[in-house]
Write a new protein. Structure first.
Length: 338
């Protein structure tokens, strides 16, 4: 679950008929040493299978068990660009043609993927992939910019929208217990969610640009602040188990990456070498950019170097990380044993 910006900026226009047909093709991984299984106990990178005729491909999200992965690809054709959604079940790849630049946001342990795109009118149109098909999620009238952020084990989804009159954000939940419905949650004004845990706890941030405050909403609806005393602004990026991660602005050029314990609101500073805070798993392990942090220390993910960029986007509870490697072309990768 990767969330460093308040609103994803997606390009392209989605057709209302996002119910694309699954190709169901198992694609063999490129025959390189990077696709081999890493030795036990080593931190290693491997390339996920991807369509070899695509211009680029990457991995955006992994489920808590490490079995399911979701990503995107771009195929350049004579008649234009073809966007693809990629869904992995272990190493079996399924391609789904998407009429727009649809992007996965999160995935649960049942392999249900949620993501974002655009409607024909140019408004945000979230979607869900399950049972081999993509379906559009209901949206709230008189709103724009609707997108989804996270899904939990039960299938509850959280996201946000923008009020067309006030231009303020509001928080949405698509409850698994009431299929086909969406509800506006009672949270602080001008708020967006960053994550939802398996027990229904939701975290997010609220307020004006650059002066955000963090918050946590319990399953019973009770809301408490999530911050660090004396800070100017708090950004909450992700949550899992009883952990949440983000960073706080200390004023001036000071910035601190932190992990909160949602049980009591306490926090722990993280390694300052973490340049990003993309995801956290239920064990409190954090991935951000090219590093993974356990406790107060972090280590660099292998696979990068001069002229080669890497980025971890999502981490499972087993410690498996997925993201991208950019060396002449963008490819989806997986790190294990880190």
């Amino acid at each position: 679950m990767t969330h460093t910006a308040r609103r994803r900026m997606l390009a392209g226009t989605a057709a209302a008929g996002l119910l694309a047909t699954s190709l169901g093709v198992a694609v063999a991984a490129p025959a390189t040493a990077a696709t081999g299984r890493p030795a036990l106990g080593t931190c290693a990178i491997s390339t996920l299978p991807y369509p070899t005729d695509t211009y680029r491909a990457d991995a955006n999200a992994i489920d808590p068990t490490g079995r399911f992965v979701a990503g995107t690809a771009l195929r350049i054709e004579e008649t234009g660009n073809q966007y693809l959604l990629l869904f992995w079940d272990r190493d079996r790849l399924t391609e789904v043609e998407a009429p727009s630049m649809a992007t996965p946001a999160d995935i649960n342990e049942d392999g249900v993927v949620i993501g974002n795109g655009w409607s024909e009118s140019g408004d945000g149109q979230p979607w869900r992939y399950r049972d081999g098909r993509v379906e559009l999620l209901p949206v709230v009238p008189s709103s724009t910019g609707i997108d989804v952020t996270a899904i939990n084990k039960a299938g509850d989804i959280v996201g946000s929208g923008t009020d067309v009159d006030t231009n303020e954000f509001f928080v949405l939940r698509w409850p698994a217990a009431r299929p086909g419905t969406v509800e506006v949650l009672d949270v602080p004004t001008n708020a967006t969610p960053s994550g939802i845990t398996d027990n229904g706890t939701i975290v997010g941030m609220a307020g004006d640009f650059g002066y955000w405050t963090g918050w946590v909403r319990r399953p019973n609806g009770r809301i408490k602040p999530l911050t660090v005393p004396g800070t100017q602004s708090t950004v909450v990026n992700a949550a899992a188990g009883h952990w949440a991660v983000g960073h706080v602005d200390l004023g001036g050029s000071g910035r601190l990456s932190v992990r909160w314990d949602l049980r009591d609101g306490s926090y722990t500073p993280l390694d300052e070498r973490l340049s990003a805070m993309d995801d956290v798993n239920a064990k409190g392990v954090v991935v951000g950019g090219d590093r993974v942090a356990r406790g107060a220390t972090s280590r660099e993910l292998p696979g990068g170097g001069v002229g080669v960029g890497i980025g971890g986007r999502s981490i499972s509870d087993t410690g498996t990380i997925v993201g991208f490697r950019n060396a002449e072309r963008l490819t989806p990768v997986r790190w294990t044993g880190c």
